[in-house]
Every structure is written in C-alpha cells, then in structure tokens.
Design a protein around this ligand. Structure first.
Ligand SMILES: [Zn+2]
Length: 271
C-alpha cells in the first residue's frame, strides 16, 4: 500500500480504506497490518504496558505485542493504535526503538495536548478510531436520524469494537450535536464533548446532577432509557444553557455500576 505524503492521522486511515474499499465493517486488523509491513503480532503475559510497537529505525518493519487477556474488541483498538505509531512518520519512540503504551495512553483524547509524547498517543488513538470506525461508514450505517445509545451498542457489534470506543466515534460522526458522559456509581468518570457542543458544567469526579434521569435510574445492565428532554441547566453552565433551545439525555446502564449518558443539544446559538 502506498501511503507516502498523507497528512493527518484521520486522512491516513481514510487512505487505507480508499485503497481497499471492500474492507468489511469488522475487517481483520491483522491482515491490514501485515500488508503495511507489520511482520508479526503476538500476545504476551506482560503487565508493564497494554500494547507495544517495536520497529526498525527506518520503518522497514514493525512488530506488535499486545498484553495477553485483552478482550478481542479492545485488542483490535490496541493493534490499530500501534499501527498508527508505525505509520505516522513524525512518531519517534521516546527512547530506544519501541513504543510501550499504557492503558492511559490508549484513552488519551485531548486534541489540544501540548506535551509531545502525549500528543503522539492522542494521534495514534485518532488513527485507530478512524481506521476501525470511519465516520462515513458510521453515518451510512445509522438506522435512524434520532440519536440513540441502542444504535451505539449495535454498531459496536457490527464494527467489532468496544461500546466505549464506538460511543465516542458515534458522537463525533453523527450530524446532530452530541456529547457523551461516562459515569460509575453515580460519578462522572469521563466526558467526550466535541467543540460544537455547549459547555458541560459538572466536572470529572463530581456526582451526576440531581435532576438527571441517570440519577438513581432503575435500568438493568444493557438497558437504555428513552431519549428524554431535560432542562438545559441540568447539564450546562447557565450561560451555555441560555444559548441552547433544547437538551435531551439518554442513559444506558452497564455492569458494575457503569453507565453511559448521551446528551443531545438542539438550537445551539453560536457566538
Ligand atoms: Zn501509544
């Protein structure tokens, strides 16, 4: 495959799909890697990293190691992440000839990251997400125009990725203005708020707002609520709420106290 001169991580991922337009939604990441000069992918009982790329200094070949026991869907993402380090020409390991990536690295998502090493992790994640869940393919596989976490669950299965990874890509790819909040035991663990979504007031670590349907829901793991309208002030700062006509929320209960909350903003006034 000829990938020279392709710029951003997402453009690079899009190029791979362009060159191979018949890749199924749940394509074999191993096969794609092998065509791109990754000589082998092995699972090893390691604890010091989640995934690693060893590469020849001039990028003639690379070799990927994944921590044994990683679930198959997360494993695909980890391999995609390491393939990103291999293909993005500006990525250089901090020391030696290997990228050893932690679980935290595989979740870094801040696009304004200034730190060089962390920026490479963000880029590798963006590459893996765009390769495994191309925005165009998400859009063409949507069942309804209305945002719905049940669709996220279905798409995660069809694309063979984790629900958490699909939820973020779904929010990014969807034409509506969406954000995603991940909570555990009633507290915010993570928020994915694209730039077009109004400012979300509660911070990471804080409790889910009292007025939210996610507060004290009685859903069984795997069950989702309806998408319900709420007061914009439930989730938004007062200035952001004033500029938002409608806000809706939907909660998907998961096991062990985890839940995902999808926020849908409509009629957002831009400055
Ligand atoms: Zn990495």
């Amino acid at each position: 495959m000829e990938l020279d001169g392709v710029g951003s991580p997402s453009a690079l991922a899009a190029r791979i799909h362009q060159l191979d337009p018949d890749l199924p939604l749940d394509f074999s990441i191993e096969e794609v890697c092998h065509r791109l000069d990754i000589s082998d992918i092995v699972d090893q009982p390691v604890t010091s990293f989640a995934a690693m790329l060893l590469m020849h200094p001039d990028r003639a070949w690379g070799s990927i190691v994944v921590a044994e026991g990683t679930s198959p869907r997360r494993r695909r993402f980890s391999i995609g992440h390491e393939l990103g380090h291999f293909l993005i020409g500006s990525h250089r390991p901090g020391d030696g000839d290997q990228f050893a990536c932690s679980h935290a690295d595989l979740h870094l998502a801040n696009s304004r990251e200034a730190n060089r090493a962390r920026k490479m992790e963000v880029e590798a994640n963006r590459f893996a997400a765009s390769l495994l869940m191309p925005p165009k393919r998400i859009r063409s596989n949507l069942g309804s125009r209305q945002p719905d976490l049940n669709e996220v669950v279905r798409l995660a299965r069809e694309f063979n990725v984790s629900k958490a990874a699909m939820a973020r890509s779904y929010v990014d790819a969807h034409r509506e203005t969406l954000a995603l909040i991940v909570v555990r035991d009633g507290r915010l663990i993570q928020a994915h708020r694209p730039d077009d979504f109004p400012w979300i007031a509660p911070r990471i670590g804080e409790a889910v707002p009292m007025e939210s349907i996610a507060n004290g829901h009685q859903l069984l793991p795997g069950q989702a609520s309806e998408l319900e309208e709420c007061e914009p002030e439930t989730w938004l700062s007062s200035s952001a709420a004033r500029k938002t006509e409608l806000l809706s929320e939907q909660v998907l209960s998961q096991s062990d106290g985890w839940a995902m909350i999808l926020l849908h903003a409509e009629g957002v006034e831009t400055d």
